[in-house]
Design a protein around this ligand. Sequence first.
Ligand SMILES: *Cc1c(COP(=O)(O)O)cnc(C)c1O
Length: 395
Amino acid sequence: MTDFARTRAAFHLPQGVIYLDGNSLGPMPVAAAERVAAMMRDEWAQMLIGGWNRAGWYVQPRRVGDRIAPLIGAAEGQVVMGDTLSIKVFQALSAALALNPGRRVILSDSGNFPSDLYVAQGLARVTGAELRVVAPEDVADAIGPDLAVLMLTEVDYRTGRRHDMAALTARAHEAGALAVWDLAHSAGAVDVDLLGAGADFAVGCTYKYLNGGPGSPAFIWVHPRHAEAAQPCLQGWMGHAAPFAFDGDYRPGAGIERMRVGTPPVIALAALDAALDVWEGVQMADLRARSVALTEAFIAGIDASCPGVTLHSPRDPARRGSQVGLRHPQAHAVMQALIAQGVVGDFRAPDVLRFGFAPLFNDMSDVEGAVDRLAGILRSASWDRPEYHQRAAVT
Ligand SMILES: *Cc1c(COP(=O)(O)O)cnc(C)c1O
């Protein structure tokens, strides 16, 4: 059994705060501050450029990738870190398109995160591909014989609706297409099984449920059947077969190495490495069971004591990730009032209150506290104060 009291204690959570926004930015692991300080003090300061070899900075994108692999149903040597998720989406999608040269249609859904759709639109413009976007429930039926790549985010960032990765991947393969999965709201939140599902490419960020800190690097996974065939479109020197030969011409590195682009963010990787220590001894089946228990209890509490909001997530936990969306016409002001009372979720336009339940550090007391305070705010309409109607740049 996973010891979730230990994992909760591994995070710095400010006094009095119920943090239900780990799906947007995970809290700081206590060990991360010292790990980063040690990296600066003992490695950068002392070793200077020697740190690339002596401290292992150069191999860190693969070493940290190997630590993420078991959390997403992948194996050693299949995951590499670097860049932001938007860039990893571009890399995976462009490589998948190139592996299916006779076709030009990319299929995604309207529940996908805008950045993924923007990247696909830009890539379609320069490659002559066509992006088709359908409603999430229509994806399966929209997979046809002209499809090149199915590009989906497994868990919808607003509703928490979870696609059936294995079934949709199988359907894409039957139609002769490849499947690219974005795990932004899955990695560290649900039990992902990339190899079991037979997915082709996957990408994800590490500052959400993996708690790597703001701006921590993204990851990319390539199924081993494509690893030596995938042609990266972003051909950077760190993905070259021999970066320090300084050849004038690009030759892809071995396997997943070719998905590296440029110099890795070594300081950020130190924080992420500390965050991944927390996962030692965590069983993904336990994580999923705890996530379901938390979201079920939250929904039951909302049903019982919060009239005036409507559930914006699937009721069936099998179809839900680790977050719950609620709709309210004044969702922004309601969330501001909640945050003022120490319950931190977030608001997604136009009218969604979003609550992430991160099994590593959230527990039933968080669920109860959040339901109680939301019920009080709705009952008293205390959200309707002028200060709660002000909008900041980042919501
Ligand atoms: C959070 C998120 C992103 C963010 O991309 P960045 O490049 O890391 O800013 C992209 N796609 C999805 C699906 C996300 O949930």
